[in-house]
Design a protein around this ligand. Structure first.
Ligand SMILES: [Zn+2]
Length: 404
């Protein structure tokens, strides 16, 4: 079963009954967290066993199912906390600060035609939440193969989980291998008698990160005397940065998946698990900030949703190996990979040829075959480029210019 959370904004403000439900829910979660920490347990059922009776007395009016899901939320907070403690990360006692509640699928009703949620507050008291439904939302609401999962209610929006059985990945007729770099995905595509180099560029992600990083540093310096303000400002900075970057990552992932779906390709990616930091501190900061794992995660879950096979291969030496004679080059190289045997190609594309060869030699990309020499011509296809994909961002001036 795979799940996708879809965000819906509310048509109007949250009714006051629902708001106080969120407050009660948060209180219940935090109480359950405290009880769980005391008793050293994290599972929902164990929490219910030790604390349900007290809770029923403390929150006599809350709908029983909401109370149960409060234990569930508390359980997952506790599990995360335990994981961090085990890793040796110092952390404070966890609590939920954000106003929120979660309802399991039996505990709410969504009319998929009208987009109205019927949320029970307590016996005999329900509220209606009207959702803003766009074309994007219709895709999920109208698809009756998707069943409804849990509902998360936040002060201005809700997240509805849609579920379906994971489709069986198709048998690939072609393959697309991608080498993930700081400013682009570079790869090669093979299928039938077509062989071409592929590029998806996102130079602005690194730029945005650098800019936000500089800005945060400046803020910290300026507000060095006031840590609370400094922290708040930095947090706002961070969430804006996340929004801007996530938006671009999704665009890049969508373009890759569209390409793979149309050509029934397997997607070959590097397995980033064993990624080792280099000796250069500044480069490490840049590399660790650059959300390559996140991009892979997005590509993987979107592919799983659509039934596109994804293959992950060990990237060791992929950027240093010659695909023709298998020599490994240890010296520094420029933008081009040059081998003594005469092979010469863009270094990123060379890396993705090696990834593809690894995948094929292990039988992970179906019975495909290719000749690396085919990529030595200049043909290149751009999947995603800034000018085409990204919308210009509202910067506070463009809208005003339109009005005056
Ligand atoms: Zn060679």
């Amino acid at each position: 079963m795979i799940v996708k959370g879809v965000v819906f904004y509310l048509d109007s403000e949250l009714p006051s009954e629902a708001r106080s439900l969120l407050e009660d829910f948060r209180l219940a979660v935090n109480n359950a967290i405290r009880a769980g920490l005391q008793a050293r347990i994290t599972s929902r059922n164990a929490l219910i066993k030790i604390a349900y009776k007290d809770f029923r007395e403390q929150h006599p009016r809350m709908y029983a199912q909401h109370l149960v899901s409060a234990f569930e939320v508390a359980g997952s907070v506790l599990k995360n906390h335990r994981r961090r403690v085990r890793k040796g990360v110092t952390c404070k006692i966890p609590y939920v600060k954000r106003l929120m509640m979660k309802a399991e699928n039996q505990a709410y009703k969504l009319d998929r035609k009208s987009g109205i949620i019927d949320l029970p507050i307590r016996a005999g008291c329900h509220v209606e939440l009207r959702l803003v439904v766009s074309q994007y939302h219709r895709k999920y609401l109208d698809d009756m193969t998707l069943s409804l999962g849990s509902l998360t209610v936040l002060p201005n929006r809700v997240v509805v989980a849609f579920r379906k059985d994971a489709p069986k990945p198709f048998v690939p007729e072609s393959a697309l291998s991608l080498d993930t770099n700081e400013r682009s995905l570079d790869g090669v595509f093979i299928g039938g008698d077509v062989a071409m180099a592929i590029k998806a560029e996102f130079p602005d992600i690194a730029t945005i990160q650098q800019r936000h990083h500089d800005r945060r540093k400046r803020l910290q310096k300026k507000k060095a005397h006031d840590r609370r303000t400094s922290r708040n400002l930095c947090r706002n900075e961070g969430s804006r940065e996340h929004h801007r970057i996530d938006y671009r990552l999704h665009q890049v992932a969508n373009s890759v998946l569209k390409f793979a779906e149309e050509r029934r390709s397997a997607i070959v990616l590097e397995d980033l698990k064993g990624f080792k930091p280099k000796m250069n501190k500044e480069l490490n900061r840049r590399l660790s900030m650059w959300p390559r794992r996140k991009l892979h995660r997005i590509i993987e879950y979107k592919a799983q949703w659509k039934g596109i096979p994804v293959v992950k291969v060990d990237p060791r030496n992929s950027s240093r190996t010659c695909p023709i004679c298998r020599r490994i080059k240890y010296s520094r190289m420029g933008a081009e990979f040059k081998c003594e045997c005469g092979w010469c190609l863009d270094r990123h594309i060379n890396a993705s040829i090696n990834l593809l060869q690894t995948a094929i030699s292990k039988g992970m990309a179906g019975g495909l075959w290719f000749n690396p020499g085919a990529f030595q011509h200049d043909a290149m296809m751009t999947l995603y480029a800034l000018s085409r994909g990204a919308r210009s961002e509202p910067n506070g001036t463009s809208g005003i210019a339109g009005v005056t």
